[in-house]
Design a protein around this ligand. Structure first.
Ligand code: ZN
Length: 233
């Protein structure tokens, strides 16, 4: 079942691997069939070299129970599901421990837009979550990781900011497909590195982009008046 989506999720996982966003097996990509209410995700602990599309695991959006597959789904599956349940328009989710985005998560700071590289994808700061409490970590850790992301986005628009830093942990990104979520993971890694060095030894607030430059770059690629790239025929 869902062979096309399995291939898309497989391709997104391989994209993470090929772009050096994952070390060992520290990363996972998923995709969703919203009509069926099923999520397809990487199996837990399987190396990227040995991964095949057929190994992808199909789970229920509702409770994470395995619908199809012989392998256990990623240990982060429940976090992915919480994001799909709350961010109703997304169709792909990615989690990595990519170096620079993880550094931002460990610093516990949000990343303000310093330039157009950031503004092309993120319409404002990429936020960092609060840290989880002892209770939240000791019970339903993966679900609470999802919940703290959703809580953070009470003040942000998930459609305009397709990523987050989870404090002391690492980045999650999402998008309109598994591959889009993976591309956003690569973009977040890139702008995290740029942002880190841009803000080194200076008051970062003073060097953020002006709102009109942020608007120009985000809105020429996104929304109804976008004009970047080729028109779809
Ligand atoms: Zn993780």
């Amino acid at each position: 079942m869902l062979e096309k989506l399995k291939k898309e999720v497989y391709d997104a996982n391989i994209f993470l691997y090929q772009n050096n966003l994952v070390t060992l097996t520290w990363g996972n990509a998923s995709g969703i069939d919203r009509e069926k209410g099923y999520v397809v995700i990487k199996p837990s602990g399987v190396s990227y070299e040995s991964l095949t599309p057929e190994m992808m695991v199909v789970v229920s959006l509702k409770d994470g129970s395995v619908i199809e597959g012989n392998l256990n789904p990623s240990s982060d599956t429940i976090t992915h599901l919480e994001l799909y349940r709350n961010f109703k328009e997304i169709k792909g989710v990615v989690h990595t421990h990519s170096t620079w985005a993880t550094i931002m998560s460990q610093r516990g700071e949000s990343l303000i837009p310093f330039g157009t590289t950031h503004a092309d994808t993120f319409y404002g700061s990429v936020p960092c979550t609060r840290k989880l409490t002892k209770e939240e970590i000791e019970s339903d850790y993966e679900l609470n990781t999802g919940k703290v992301i959703v809580e953070t986005f009470k003040d942000f628009n998930y459609r305009e900011i397709p990523g987050v830093f989870v404090k002391h942990h690492g980045p999650f990104t999402w998008g309109s497909s598994p591959l889009k979520a993976a591309e956003n993971a690569l973009i977040l890694e890139t702008v995290s590195k740029m942002g880190y060095f841009t803000s080194l030894n200076i008051d970062s607030k003073s060097i953020g982009v002006d709102k009109y430059l942020l608007d120009k770059h985000y809105l020429r690629k996104h929304g109804k008046n976008a004009y970047y790239g080729q028109k779809e025929k």
